[in-house]
Design a protein around this ligand. Structure first.
Ligand code: TRP
Length: 533
C-alpha cells in the first residue's frame, strides 16, 4: 500500500468536496441527454421502474464497494487493485477490474466528448437566436444539419477534449474542485426553471403518465439490460472512476451516507430532466423514441418560444457542457493517474498522450452520424444476425421487411459494449471482489462502521443480491428470446424465431450458477472471519 492516509495525487479538502466531485462525475450527459432518450425508446414507466430498482439493488451497493476499495488502495484503480489483491492474497485475475476499467473509460469518453460537442455548438446556436419562434421542422433541421457536417462535429469534439485535458493537467485539487462548486447548483436551478415552463406550456400530465405509469408489456429483456447498464453509466460505476475519486477521500468520512447523497442527487437530476423534456415532446407531437436527438430537438423548441429563451437556452447548454465536463474528467482520471505512477512522468505529459488517443477514437463517433451511418454492426435481418453490414444494401435485399431491420452504428456499438457489457461486468467483479475476495475485517475497518446493521445489510446485498441480479439480467438481455420480446414471435405460425438461442441461454445460466456456487463454497471454507485477525 502506497500510503495509508494520503494519495500522491492529492486529497480532497473535506468530505463535502468529495460529494461534489463524485456528484460532478455522476451528473452529466447520462442524466440530461441519455436518460430521457432511452426512457423514450424503451417505453417509459416500466423502464424507469427497472432503472430505479437497478440503482437501489446494484448501483448503490457497488458504489459503496468502489469508494471503499479506492480509499484503501490510495492509488490509480489499476495499482489499487494490485495492492488490494496482495493484501487479500487473492488471485491475479482480479486485476482485470483495473485494466478493463481503464479501457472502458477510453471508449466512453471517445463518444461522450462528441456528444458534449453537440451541447457546445448549441450554446452558440441558442445565443444567436437561431431558434426564436422555432417550430418542430426548424428544430429538427438544425439538428440534422449539425450531424451532417463532420468537420463541425470534429471541431467541437476537439475543443471539448482540450477543455477536459486542461482540467486534468492541473491536478485534482486545483482543477477538479474549483470547476464543480459553482456549476452544479446552477444547473439544478435552471432545470427547475425549465420544469416550470414545461408545466405551464407543455403536456405535463401526459409526461407524468408516460414516465411513471408502468406498462410491463412494453418491457423487453434487452430493456432491462439497458436499465442496468444505465444505472452503472449514470452513477459512473464499474470502471474505476469512483474508485479513483475514493482514493482522494479523507479516511474518517463515512462512505455509506456519502454514497446515498450522491446517488440521490443523480437520480433526482435524471428525473427532473425527464420532467422538463417529455411535456414538450408530447405537446409538440414529437416522438418520445426519437433517439439521441431528443434533448437537442425538444428543448430548443421550448426555449425558442419562451420569453428570454435566447438567454436561458444558451445558459442551459452552457450548464450541460459543464455537467459533461465534470463527468469527462472522471473518465480520464484513472488512466492518467496510472500513467503518472507507471511511467513516473508528469501529469501534463500523461494527460496529453491519453487525451490524444481518446480524441482519435472519437473520430469514429463523429462519422457514425454522417459518412459512416450506413455501416452497421450486429444487423438484425429476417435471416438472422449479421456481424457487419451496409444498411442500404440490406434494405434493398429485404424490401418488405425494411421496418424490422436494425443495426448498430459505430457509436451505438461503443455505447452498447461499454454501458451494457463492460460496466456491469466490472460491477459484478467489484461486488465479488469486495464480497468474497477481500478479507472481512479489512472491508469492515475501511467502512468506518457506525451502525453495524447497515453494514450487514450492505454486505449481504453486495455478496448475494447484486451479483445474481447482474447475472440474470445479462443472461436474459444478451440472448434474445420470445417470452419477453413479442416481436420475435411470428404471429402467423406462433413460432419463436430465436428458438436456437434458448439453448445457449440455458447453458450460460447453468455455467454462471455453477461458478457462483463454486465461489461461495470456496469462500466458506476459508478460516473463520473475525475482527481479531
Ligand atoms: N456518469 C456520467 C453521466 O451520467 C458519465 C460518466 C462519468 C461515467 N464517469 C463515468 C460513466 C465512469 C461510466 C463510468 O453522464
Amino acid at each position: 500500500m502506497a500510503n495509508n492516509n494520503q494519495s500522491v495525487h492529492g486529497i480532497w479538502r473535506n468530505r463535502w468536496i468529495f460529494i461534489l466531485a463524485a456528484t460532478g462525475s455522476a451528473v452529466g450527459l447520462g442524466n440530461i441527454w441519455k436518460f430521457p432518450y432511452i426512457t423514450g425508446e424503451h417505453g417509459g414507466g416500466a423502464f424507469v421502474l427497472m432503472y430505479l430498482a437497478c440503482i437501489a439493488l446494484v448501483g448503490i451497493p457497488v458504489m459503496v464497494a468502489e469508494v471503499a476499495m479506492g480509499r484503501r488502495g490510495r492509488q490509480s484503480p489499476i495499482n489499487t487493485m494490485i495492492s488490494l489483491i496482495s493484501e487479500a492474497k487473492a488471485g491475479p485475475a482480479w486485476k482485470a477490474i483495473g485494466w478493463m476499467g481503464a479501457l472502458a473509460g477510453f471508449l466512453i469518453l471517445s463518444f461522450y466528448s462528441v456528444i458534449a460537442g453537440w451541447a457546445l455548438s448549441y450554446v452558440l446556436k441558442l445565443a444567436a437566436g437561431t431558434f426564436v419562434g422555432a417550430d418542430q421542422a426548424l428544430a429538427g433541421d438544425q439538428f440534422s444539419d449539425m450531424l451532417g457536417d463532420p468537420s463541425g462535429l470534429m471541431m467541437w469534439h476537439t475543443i471539448f477534449m482540450v477543455l477536459t485535458a486542461g482540467v486534468i493537467m492541473r491536478g485534482v485539487n486545483k482543477g477538479i474542485e474549483s470547476a464543480i462548486q459553482v456549476l452544479m447548483p446552477l444547473l439544478f436551478v435552471l432545470l427547475l426553471v425549465l420544469i416550470g415552463y414545461a408545466a405551464k406550456n407543455g403536456n405535463f400530465a401526459e409526461a407524468v403518465h408516460f414516465m411513471f405509469d408502468a406498462d410491463f408489456s412494453k418491457l423487453s429483456a434487452e430493456s432491462v439490460l439497458v436499465a442496468l447498464g444505465h444505472a452503472f453509466f449514470t452513477l459512473s460505476l464499474g470502471m474505476g472512476a469512483i474508485m479513483a475519486y475514493g482514493a482522494y477521500m479523507p479516511r474518517q468520512a463515512s462512505i455509506g451516507t456519502t454514497v446515498f447523497a450522491i446517488a440521490g442527487l443523480d437520480t433526482l437530476v435524471a428525473l427532473l430532466a425527464g420532467l422538463a423534456i417529455f411535456p414538450i415532446v408530447f405537446a409538440n407531437g414529437l416522438e418520445p423514441s426519437a433517439g439521441p436527438g431528443l434533448l437537442f430537438v425538444s428543448l430548443p423548441l421550448a426555449f425558442g418560444n419562451m420569453a428570454g429563451g435566447q438567454f436561458f437556452g444558451a445558459l442551459f447548454f452552457i450548464l450541460v457542457t459543464f455537467a459533461a465536463w465534470s463527468s469527462a474528467i472522471s473518465l480520464i482520471e484513472p488512466a492518467t493517474a496510472w500513467a503518472v505512477e507507471r511511467f513516473k512522468t508528469s501529469r501534463v505529459k500523461a494527460t496529453i498522450g491519453i487525451a490524444f488517443i481518446i480524441w482519435f477514437l472519437g473520430i469514429g463517433t463523429v462519422f457514425s452520424f454522417n459518412d459512416w451511418s450506413d455501416y452497421v454492426f450486429f444487423a438484425k435481418t429476417p435471416d438472422g444476425i449479421e456481424l457487419f453490414a451496409v444498411m442500404s444494401e440490406l434494405k434493398a435485399m429485404y424490401p418488405t421487411a425494411v421496418d424490422t431491420l436494425k443495426g448498430l452504428t459505430f457509436f451505438d456499438l461503443l455505447d452498447f459494449i461499454t454501458a451494457n457489457i463492460m460496466l456491469p461486468l466490472g460491477g459484478l467483479l467489484i461486488a465479488l471482489f469486495v464480497g468474497f475476495g477481500m478479507k472481512y475485517h479489512h472491508v469492515y475497518n475501511e467502512m468506518q462502521v457506525k451502525t453495524p446493521l447497515f453494514f450487514n445489510i450492505w454486505y449481504v446485498v453486495l455478496r448475494f443480491i447484486t451479483p445474481i441480479a447482474i447475472g440474470i439480467v445479462f443472461i436474459q438481455g444478451l440472448l434474445p428470446e420470445c417470452s419477453f420480446d413479442s416481436e420475435l414471435l411470428d404471429a402467423d405460425s406462433g413460432v419463436c424465431s430465436n428458438a436456437p438461442y434458448l439453448q445457449p441461454r440455458l447453458i450460460g445460466g447453468v455455467i454462471i450458477a455453477i461458478v457462483y456456487v463454486g465461489i461461495i463454497v470456496k469462500s466458506l471454507k476459508k478460516p473463520a472471519r473475525g475482527l481479531a485477525e
